[in-house]
Design a protein around this ligand. Sequence first.
Ligand code: FAD
Length: 456
Amino acid sequence: MSYQYDLFVIGAGSGGVRASRIAASKGYKVAVAEGSALGGTCVNIGCVPKKLFVYGSEYGHGFDEAKGFGWSTDKVEFDWPTLRDNKTKEIERLNGIYGTMLEKAGVEIINGYAKFIDAHTVEVNGVHYTAEKILVAVGAKPFIPDIQGAEFVVSSNEMFFLEQLPKKALVVGGGYIAVEFAGILNGLNVETSLIYRGDQVLRGFDQDIRDFASNEYKKSGIDVRLNTDIAKIELVDANQREGEKLVTFQDGRTEKVDLILYATGRVPNTDGLNLDAAGVELEKGAIKVNKHFKTTTDTIFALGDVINRVQLTPVAIGEAMALISYWFDGNEAEYDYDNIPTAVFSQPPIGTVGLSEEEAEQRGIDFRVYQTDFRAMKHTISGGDARSMMKLLVNNADDKVIGCHMVGDYAGEIIQGLGIAIKAGATKADFDATVGVHPSSAEEFVTFSEASLKKR
Ligand SMILES: Cc1cc2nc3c(=O)[nH]c(=O)nc-3n(C[C@H](O)[C@H](O)[C@H](O)COP(=O)(O)OP(=O)(O)OC[C@H]3O[C@@H](n4cnc5c(N)ncnc54)[C@H](O)[C@@H]3O)c2cc1C
């Protein structure tokens, strides 16, 4: 049986672009279908525009801090449309680069949403395409709980295109997207509350980091409200489709706000794919795959957010590379999900790699913890009261560093380097033998002594 393509990729996001480009460069005849913009979530409504907004909002504190360094910043103004539209221009530039990159690699781009007809056939805009292999890389989408008034809230998708910046906002959720947007809004001088129904934000991160970061968010001006949830949302003026919202909390209190962002998780984007027609099964809402990203149908593969393992761009790209290596080199090695360095671009940011203290305990590891918190040098004269925190976990059995965590300026940048050390199996002795960069915050990681041992 001959097919039109060796590989048909559904979704031109982080994973789909990488897989189609490399497969084409290795000789496959490849097509990729994309229903929205090239580059997927990360480029269009995720990592990239989010980080540009973070940069923009950091100036909010930066101008205040500059005064201590002698700058006069009396007439500071912020214009939301300038930030929003400059961001959009940059994203459109990136969309163009992705298109050129795919075309140069010989990948055929098909604009439209794809759905399965059978195990070798998909349909886009009424046209059928056949392929030997099909890769599903359709990502995930925001999940908003079914509360009364859900139609009046926005998700992270809409945050990138707001007509106006609100004066007062509620951000609902406790994950990284929630704390990042709370920081962005707060930095842009929006009166911001972060509402989370659990005991502490950033579930899954090290508990000390969660507590410390949450306190820093409060100090920076975010009204962090834990163990709080919304019962219903109405419009203050019921005759209008938009405008001020009246929020009723579960304890009966009410509050008027301009914007409510629900950042309450993301779910695999499988609606409309007609997976049944191809025999592709789900497990807890995500496409079920084996260690080589093969679905329950031999000719169909899936990776990235739609398989819901680790929802990060470098992981989707890494999975794509592992799949390519399996297809073209017969490499049986499984993709390694251990020690993935990550950052939360909140204000202050968080960087983390390896195990949290709680995970190390659960695994029954005999370990010790070094921990410190301090006022970074910049804030000695900035007038700010922000503090940084660092934490190192060391396995007592072999002296290997098994976890590095940081809250503070440049945490994301710092943790990338430490990620290499951890991946390479560095010991505490290796850290100690490393010369610090002085003066920096990062040098704390190589100067931890007995004095900073945490009492556990
Ligand atoms: C607000 C936000 C901030 C984030 N920040 C970070 C960060 O700082 N760092 C990080 O590593 N990760 C971040 N992420 C996560 C990151 O964006 C995702 O993990 C990554 O994009 C997943 O890649 P993917 O290839 O699985 O899917 P995606 O990049 O989501 O791509 C899927 C593509 O498939 C398309 N599609 C869907 N259905 C169909 C169909 N039926 N037919 C054709 N096309 C279809 C979609 O339009 C989309 O373009 C963030 C996500 C969000 C929402």
